[in-house]
Design a protein. Structure first.
Length: 190
């Protein structure tokens, strides 16, 4: 039995708003306090809560139209702001961060463009979710490896390379889905 998807105040939406509100704290920790370890821990929490809000939404019947839009936007912002900040900090290899950020910007622009053309929202694929998970793990691990924690950078690569491959694979899978959504939007109704 489905819930009212027009709801705004749901636990998953509150979690997503908190994720967004903590992004400036992450930047403050990284650039003002120069505390890479704490910034990495916060970024890891922001990444882990991506799974949490989705789980709560599905399992406790709190899926909302706002959440369907807000959660992916939060993910994109965490990648663009968090990944961009770590790139500026120098804790992540440039080529890796550029590939991640380019994909995120490409997907963001494409999502807005097809929505502006009247297409329905395209659901995230398993490959997209798996890629996002790997990358949300990789960035804090890169940062932790450059901190006083001195973690082995290999952990970041173990999460990051599969995440990068899966996220780009998902981006290519979205092309035919976007075409179909646009075709449906342009089809005469009646």
């Amino acid at each position: 039995m489905g819930g009212d998807e027009s709801r705004i105040l749901t636990v998953p939406n509150v979690i997503t708003f908190l994720r967004l509100a903590l992004l400036p704290v992450f930047l403050w920790l990284l650039f003002v306090e120069e505390d890479r370890a704490t910034a990495a821990a916060l970024l890891a929490v922001l990444g882990a809560t991506d799974f949490l809000d989705g789980y709560i939404a599905r399992h406790f019947n709190q899926v909302s139209n706002l959440g369907k839009v807000l959660d992916p936007v939060a993910d994109r912002l965490i990648f663009i702001v968090g990944g961009g900040a770590i790139l500026i900090d120098g804790s992540v290899p440039t080529w890796f961060a550029v590939l991640v950020l380019a994909r995120e910007i490409l997907v963001s622009v494409a999502t807005v463009a097809i929505a502006a053309m009247g297409a329905r929202r395209i659901d995230v694929t398993w490959f997209g979710k798996a890629g996002t998970t790997g990358l949300l793990m990789a960035f804090p691990l890169f940062l932790a490896s450059a901190s006083e924690l001195g973690w082995w950078q290999g952990w970041a690569w173990l999460a990051g390379i599969p995440g990068l491959v899966l996220s780009w694979y998902a981006a290519f899978l979205y092309v035919p889905l976007a075409r179909e959504a646009l075709r449906e939007a342009r089809a005469p109704t009646g």
